[in-house]
Design a protein. Structure first.
Ligand code: NCD
Length: 335
């Protein structure tokens, strides 16, 4: 493991879902629950805003985002931090003029800031940014590579809904090949004992070989199938994902969007599909969900937890940012 990513009990950056120990995950869950609770009263909200008053987070998103960016920015503000940034860094930063991300980060190092939330189109860029950054990088998704904060918030959702992350059947439905959420989530879930991970997709869009290898190396069982209903019957957690259309042009999978949509038709989650899920199972989606993924009729089903899951994202990001900023405080003894 990268020494920069995690050392005994502390974190410098958030770059990969692989960096978290179970005790760090449980610590994040506890803090997130506390932030959710205290966010309910203006008095304690104001107290939370004193935690990191005076610190500043830069928010640089080179790809579209709703939940990740808003929740990171809200998380920073609810901790009393200032936020400066752009939701379209590809267009409104010097990237449009051809500047490298490394040069941009070198300049940010000069500005007296405390954290950088980053989403990039290219895989591996968060690590490259961290290699030259003297403040924490929070990877908000790097191409089809990783989405570590999503994995932690999904793990938190499973833990809070089902009480444990162990001995579960996790079923991933959709474009498991191009999804960074699937790569990061499956790597976290597979580290807990007794778990099975099943990929439900068309044959071309099951998980990538390197992701499957990590799942198996972590000790979980891995299966793939095209049969949705059968997989739903034994599922505890079903995670559905959108076809990553923006990745198709550069993908080694040579299928058009139309071809995939046609082949994937039988994978839509609707009320008929929900009838195959047992009553205690939960349905998650990182969002945005499209009608091809989940029929809107399913929103009314009490097992559909995706809106609550998105809400958890705010508190989990608050918890992670709080931990990183506390560690920064600890490095500044004069505070
Ligand atoms: C996901 C992403 O950007 O990878 N969205 C999110 O962060 N909640 C999933 C997606 O866009 O399909």
């Amino acid at each position: 493991m990268d020494k920069d990513v995690t050392t005994e009990g502390n974190m410098k950056h958030i770059l990969t879902a692989e960096q978290f120990s179970h005790s760090q995950l449980y610590e994040i869950f506890d803090r997130a629950d506390n932030f959710r609770e205290t966010d309910g009263s203006l008095y304690s909200r104001r107290q939370n805003m004193e935690l990191h008053f005076g610190r500043i987070m830069l928010s640089m998103f080179y790809e579209p985002s709703t939940r990740t960016r808003f929740s990171f920015e809200l998380a920073a503000k609810k901790l009393g931090m200032e936020v400066v940034g752009t939701e379209n860094a590809a267009l409104f930063s010097s990237a449009a003029k051809g500047e490298t991300l490394e040069d941009t980060i070198h300049v940010f190092n000069e500005y007296g800031i405390d954290a950088i939330a980053l989403r990039t189109k290219e895989e591996g860029l968060a690590r490259r940014a961290a290699a030259v950054s003297n403040v924490p990088i929070l990877n908000g998704g790097d191409g089809k590579g990783e989405h570590p904060t999503q994995a932690v918030l999904d793990a938190h959702t499973v833990h809070s809904e089902l009480g444990s992350l162990e001995n579960k059947n996790y079923v991933f439905v959709g474009d498991n090949y191009h999804s960074r959420v699937v790569s990061s989530d499956s790597v976290v879930f597979s580290t807990f004992p007794g778990n099975t991970i099943t990929s439900v997709s068309i044959p071309e869009l099951h998980m990538r070989p390197e992701v499957k290898a990590k799942i198996v190396a972590n000790g979980a069982q891995y299966h793939e199938t095209t049969s949705l209903y059968e997989a739903l019957e034994s599922a505890d957690v079903v995670l559905v994902g959108r076809l990553q259309v923006e990745r198709l042009a550069e993908s080694d999978i040579r299928l058009t969007e139309e071809e995939i949509r046609r082949k994937q038709e039988a994978l839509q989650i609707n009320n008929a599909a929900m009838n195959h899920m047992h009553e205690n199972a939960i349905l998650l989606h990182p969002l945005p969900k499209l009608k091809y993924d989940i029929d809107p009729e399913v929103d009314a089903d009490s097992r559909a937890k995706y809106f609550r899951q998105a809400g958890n994202g705010l508190y989990v990001r608050m918890a992670m940012l709080d931990m990183l900023m506390q560690e920064a405080d600890a490095r500044e003894p004069e505070l």
